[in-house]
Every structure is written in structure tokens, then in C-alpha cells.
Design a protein around this ligand. Sequence first.
Ligand SMILES: Cc1ncc(COP(=O)(O)O)c(C=O)c1O
Length: 367
Amino acid sequence: MIPFLDLQSQYQSIKDEILDAVTACLESTQYTLGKEVAAFEEEFAAYSGGQLGVGVNSGTSALHLALLAAGINPGDEVITVSCTFVATVAAIDYCGARPVFVDVEPETLNMDVRQVESAITERTKAILPVHLHGQPADLDPLMEIARRHKLIVIEDAAQAHSAEYKGRRVGSIGDLGCFSFYPGKNLGAYGEGGMVVTNHEDYARKVRMLRDWGQESKYHHVLKGFNYRMEGIQGAILRVKLRHLDAWTEARRHHAASYGKLLVDAGLQLPVEAPYSRHVYHVYAVRTPQRDTLQHSLQAKGIQTGIHYPIPVHLQNAYCEFGCGVGQLPVTEKAAAELLSLPMFPELQEAQIEAVATAIHEAAHNG
Ligand SMILES: Cc1ncc(COP(=O)(O)O)c(C=O)c1O
């Protein structure tokens, strides 16, 4: 049996450090925000090349508050992609704004920058690219368009901790960057967590207030806020895990290279690392029109896989009001029918990668 993700072996490898950090946090009684969260905010913002970090209780909350801090109001339009996890679009909807979808590039499955300019209207306020599967979107041309049209860029970096665009870490290149620390992410909490990273003090200040009931000082509610605070224990755990992130990222990249070598002639479309990017392989997704057959035959051999994501957001029932149905985003729709994510986590063994590759070759041979 080869799991898609193995959180257990990672926990075992750092258990002593984690238990020490959790115990110290419990002893401190700083269970929500507190000094561990403050230290993690500083460390993770710096790690991501940003000046300021504000810890929140999920990546979704990070996106919601980043949009609010950017001044997104009901009726505004935000240009984004449908080839993403639903949270990207939900956060725009939470603000009463309208997501305007553009298609993605066939190779990277990230926002097709060439389509952005024609999607801009007088209501457009922001652009929200997603660094899908851990590969940065093409940010330079996007930033150039945004500056010319006076739009705010919010990066959805939920899957892309430590990914680089032209040598710079993502999350600090746009005006605001949003991270998720959901347990399965490249940097995952033992519960929920998220962060907004920015170089702008006014945005950081607003996010800080909004995550804690809009308070400027205790019981002085300047803004209509939320309870989106990061827990102290998650801050303590994430500080420990951040120290291992470089090694874990290297391991993911090594596994991706192994898959790449072993699957080169397997008849699949393999992920492509764009010349400007350092991909961190949160997801290693291959593509084939026979996706479902391949998934079933791997499952029969005890190999778990995933699909990220089977239905694009513009075709989801909950969000169909923002789409125009099938055929609107052909590249996104084709990808949703063909993507298959193979097991990928730092502790994956070379022998397991070989077993996955052998099973794929056998499936191709029999199919
Ligand atoms: C691209 C993307 N955006 C946003 C989110 C939301 O993060 P969270 O699950 O921490 O709310 C996720 C993760 O699930 C994601 O993959």
C-alpha cells in the first residue's frame, strides 16, 4: 500500500521537538495568538521575503481578510482562475464581490496572463492568481498589467510555501500573499492555520484588526471583524516545522525528478517546471485522457492517488452564478478531466516511486 500522503512518518521524525514546543505553549497558557504566533509571523514573513505577516486560522481566512484589507467591496470584480480549490473563489464571494474567471495556460495550469487585460472592466479592483500545485504563476507581466490599471494583486500561495519566481519567494511579490497551513500543505499545522504576508503596513494593520473582531485596542471595535485568530499551539508547531521546510522541499523536488525520469516514456503528460519558477510540488499531477482507468488500476495495486480538482469552480453548483457553463474555460475543463495526482510527500521512498512508475507502465501496457 502506497499512501497519497503520510503525515504519520513526518510526525514521528520530529515528535520530540513538537512535544517540547507544545508543552511550552501549554505551560505559557497563550492559547490564542501570543508570543509563539508573533514569533512565527516574523519568521515566516521573512522566510517568504516579506516584511510583515499576520497569522490567521486558515488559508481561506487569509484570502478573505486580504481581500477586505485591499478594499474589495460588494459589486467589485476580482479576476481569478477556476482551476483552483474552491476557497479562492469563496473568499471573493464572502466580500460580496464577483469572481471573473480567465483560463489557465495548458502547461502550468496557472493564470493565462494574456487573457487578463480583456477581462478588466471599470469594476475590476484586484487580480488573484493561484500558484497551483506549488508552481508560481507568471507574476512579472501580471504585476505590470496591475500597475498600469491600478489594480491590487493578491497571491494565493496556499500550495506554494518556498516556491520561487525568478529567484524570489512567492507571497511577497504581489501586494498581499495568502498561505494555508492546512495539515497536508508543504508547511502544515496540526489543525488549521493561515497567514497574510505583505510589505504594506496599512494592509497588515487592517488584517490584524479584522482577524480579532476589528479591535484597535481591547473592546474598541473600529471595523466589523471576525474571530480568525491563529492558535498559540499552531504557531509553536509551525515554528518547529518551518526549520525543516527547506529539507522537505528538496525532498519533494528530488521525488519529482525521479518521477520525471521513470515516467518519461509512460505516455502521460508530466508536470512542467516553467523557466522562471522553482516548483515545490505540493502536488505532482500527471495528465492522461484515460485518467479514471489509470486511477482504478493504481488503486487495485494499493497505490492511492488524488484529483486536484475534478470539477472546476465555475462548473460547481454553488458558484454557477459566476460562470457561463461548460465550454467557457476549455483549458481548465480539459485539465479537470485529465489530472491525476501521484503520491507526493517528503518521506516518500525511492522504492515507492519506482513501484508507482512500474504500476503506471503496466497499466499503459494493459490498457
Ligand atoms: C489554492 C488554495 N487556496 C486556498 C486554500 C484554503 O486554505 P485552507 O484550507 O487553509 O482554508 C487552499 C487549501 O485548501 C488551496 O489549496
